[in-house]
Design a protein. Sequence first.
Length: 370
Amino acid sequence: MASNKFTPHVKEPLVRVVRRDNLPMWKAWLYRLIAIVLALGLVDVFVFSITGLDPVGVMTVMWEGTFGNIVCTSASIALIMKLLLISVALAPAFKMKFWNIGAEGQVLAGALATAVVMVTFSNLPNSVLIPFMVVSAILAGGIWGLIPALFKAKWGVNETLFTLMMNYVAMSLVDFFVNQNKGDRASIGTLNVDTEKGWLPKLGMEINWTVVIVVLIITVLMFIYLKYTKQGYEIAVVGESINTAKYAGISVKKTIIRTMVISGVICGICGFLSVAGEDQTISRNTAGGYGFTAIIVAWLAKFNTLFMILISAFIIFLEQGTKAISDEYVSVGFNESACKMVVGLVLFFVIACEFFINYSLAFRRTRKEK
């Protein structure tokens, strides 16, 4: 029998990262809740160090700034719907592991098509003009999603860089349109302000329930599409393993193209709702940067569009709430930068907790335990 005296001794590390298997859903959400509570506690300490507000005062000001009156509530709900719809648009692409970073550009493409039709064909009645605007926004957003999908499917071009580049192309096109139409004014202003042609009818005085209803319907339909349809199953299989998808007879190229067109179409609808339903104007900031924030929402929700409702509302609460604190306490140094620090702090805790949901720490055993 061979001697093992020359076998090198491998020292076991003090801590090892071990992947968890099938952590119960209730426990995963408990971890997330603990992370949010800890983050909000740290936010209270941070805000108190600048403004002197106690924890109850911090939450009170944030709540009042987000939902304290009908004006704040209306603005907050509009932002929640925008963030939610873009997150829903990203869900199928991200579930397929197609890293669509171009939601900003796809929203702007839909918004630009809406604005062009809205201004050019303002002599049409709303019963004809609004459907025309919807179709234009859908086509523009779909094309903006189709282009990087074709390059990815046919030639394997990196979709992250491609979709990111498409954002700047869309911004430049919007700038061109605005500059062409604003004349001597500082901005393009409200479109069709005298006739209100192309303005989406509002259900409600302050809150635009038309937009809310449309967004929630799309959210539910996307949940059903991803969870219960054949195409949703194909998206999941392609995301797990392209080789498995090919073995199962799934056309990977067709799935990539179809999914990105759907993603772009929903972003285009978001652009339409922004121009025709909320703002009645357009600029390069129409998407509001939520094309990037939506990436966090989609990832945290694990591509479950119903969970995205809560996460979107939470992020908007943080944004609007910290802005309210800034408005009231800017004189003592709580400015816009401090607002971003608060939001980033909370998101850091929430994202970091995903590590402990997916992995655990295994410590080196003592000699006695061995």
